[in-house]
Design a protein around this ligand. Structure first.
Ligand code: HPA
Length: 279
């Protein structure tokens, strides 16, 4: 068996030995957004460290566990903490959790992250609906022998962020009076922040926000046929756009500023996604 697939199946078995919970929506909480987990009516928590072979994050503030439970009646699995490529994990490990949540039964993947604003109309603390992404600065997670059990060799990526899910999030933002930017998210590897010249380049290429996650997970999810959506919390304006040097602390501060809007947007959107999915 393909080694990547074998590891995934072993992790799946490990999860199933602990819980038979079947989520409908999988949520990944980005840097600084972990507090959202408090909104979940928890059924079961599973620390990543209890899943053999599962990649465990080394970044402060990314303490890792799966939270199984309900958001307004929708069964969800929520990742509090994710691993990043810059931590040194193979890219296939970085996307293992997204794949695992699909195997658990999740049909929808809701990705969130903290990102640097590249669009000059953005402000720290804004939320941005991800309309599309730029993937070519991060390693492709599908490199290697194709795992036919998961998807095809050359998956289409022309609609990674599901149009109907985008509409749900857009409508919810309107109803909840949450100011929502929209744009293209580019994943770079990090861990260093970009230079001002990197950011000027990213702007020319069409990026509205930059970060160090999300795109590879979206690719792996799309490969498996998961409906995917994403929201970025603009934690700072990107390098060169202000006089301030960038820091990880700033990410947490901006996420705290956006926390209330973020929580309402996610909760109300997930509620609709649950109902919508059942038809
Ligand atoms: N660049 C890259 N990743 C980030 C940033 C940034 O400015 N802010 C939060 N994550």
């Amino acid at each position: 068996m393909n080694a990547v697939y074998e590891k995934l199946m072993n992790c799946y078995q490990c999860v199933r030995e602990k819980t038979d919970f079947v989520p409908e929506v999988a949520i990944v909480l980005g840097s600084g957004l972990g507090d959202y987990a408090k909104q979940i009516q928890v059924a079961y928590e599973l620390p990543y460290s209890e899943i053999e072979g599962f990649p465990v994050s080394t970044v402060p503030g990314h303490a890792g566990k799966f939270i199984f439970g309900f958001i307004e009646g929708t069964p969800v699995v929520c990742m509090k903490g994710r691993v990043h490529y810059y931590e040194g994990y193979p890219i296939t490990d970085v996307v293992l959790p997204a794949r695992l949540m699909k195997l658990m039964g999740a049909k929808i993947l809701f990705l969130t992250n903290a990102a640097g604003g590249v669009n000059t109309t953005f402000h720290a603390g804004d939320l941005m609906l991800i309309r599309d992404h730029i993937a070519c600065f991060a390693p492709n997670p599908l490199i290697g022998p194709n795992i036919d059990e998961l998807g095809v060799r050359f998956p289409d990526m022309s609609r990674v962020y599901d149009a109907e899910l985008q509409e749900i999030i857009r409508d919810t933002a309107r109803e909840q009076d949450v100011y929502l930017q929209e744009g293209v998210y580019a994943q770079l590897t990090g861990p260093s922040f970009e230079s001002p010249a990197d950011i000027r380049m990213m702007r020319v290429l069409g990026a509205d926000a930059v970060g160090m996650s999300t795109v590879v997970e979206a690719i792996a999810a799309n490969h498996m046929g998961m409906r995917t959506c994403g929201v970025s919390c603009i934690s700072n304006l990107a390098a060169g756009m202000t006089q301030k040097p960038l820091s990880h602390e700033e990410v947490q501060e901006a996420a705290d500023m956006a926390a209330k809007d973020f929580a309402r947007l996610v909760t109300e959107s997930v509620k609709k996604m649950g109902k919508w999915h059942k038809g």
